[in-house]
Write a protein that binds this ligand. Sequence first.
Ligand code: GLU
Length: 425
Amino acid sequence: MAVQKRTSTNVLLHTALQNFYSAAEEMGLEDGLVEVLSRPERAICVSVPVKMDDGSVRVFNGYRVQHSTVCGPAKGGLRFHPDVNLEECEALASLMTWKCSLAGIPYGGGKGGIAVDPFELSPREREMMTRTFAARIAPFIGDWTDVPAPDVNTGGPEMVWIMDTISKLRGKLEPGVVTGKPITYWGSKGRTAATGLGVSTCVLELLKRKGIDPKDATVIVQGFGNVGHYNALFLQQAGCKIVGISDITGGYYNPKGIDVVAAKAHVEKHPKRILEGYDEPGLQKMDGNAILEQECLVLSPCALEGVINEKNAGKLKCKYIVEGANGPTKPEGDKILDERGILVVPDFLANSGGVIGSYFEWVQDLAGFFWTEEEYNSRLVPIMKDNFKRVWDYAEEHNVKMRRAAFLVAIKRVADGLRTKGFFL
Ligand code: GLU
């Protein structure tokens, strides 16, 4: 019987399935493995009741999806965002499977989150929501089963609440149950900057292959959170000119080059941690979508998914795209970029520095022995360079786009694992 191809009305899941099916077809993956890998192993839905500060009760929907544990414990972030839903988590969990596989680290893929606007909650409400969510997914997470981490709108505080809740439930410290923890609480030096360091390493590797001196490269980084900011900072330190940055308050363009350090200092001082009000000589303020369409050599989208699509892909003025976000390019946009000869370094290669960094944190937690930041970075950068090279070489050799090459390499490792161990449990 032929494979029953799944479809979805959810854009991200639709994209994930399409990318998987077409790569699977190209590599001639057996039907049985296609069926297995196009579904998550386990999808958990929980309700998360919270007693609000005014005494009322609100119930939020929480999710954790484990797409695959073939290569090791499920690994992936938790996001707090109003748009979080089961299908989105499913898509992002599968992306984590491919990301961890490609990175060569001993993990499968997972993702989860809560459908909530966390900025509407007080600190106490936020903590109670996170702890209740952790308690409800507790039977399914652990250092050798599923290891959550930060994602959109989550970070150190959330990870500490989860670790503490799980530790209390189990009656012993469980540092390896989540990664992305603060350094003072079993976190790792280097983890905060890891994703941005990985993205910038990919940009610099790309420039090297194209024979471009970083000093001649202009870059626009969309998103000025953890990923975007460090990416922009490291690229600036390497000599690139950062001509554009953006966040929810819009785009900031400066053909003379933005001072990333000053912009970050502004964000740190702003009560809402945003770029609003930032100014410097030559700076032009514009719409958040317009920044994507400005002149630059490299565009690096480091915010949410779907920002490069059929509407704007034809208007971009960059030569290269290095994806720091998960799923920033829709397949319709990808097709146009391909026709226009714009080279894309795909998300699950470019932003894998985060999860590779999480792997380092987990290793340190399990050993109870901590590395210096230099040790951390000196392990991360060579892995990113190697992974970039593997995908680049495969793409050249087989004359395929880097996204396709990355999928083919990643799926192969998981498929080999499945063939070896079978599907028991
Ligand atoms: N949320 C990040 C990602 O999408 C990190 C996941 C992790 O460290 O487990 O890759």
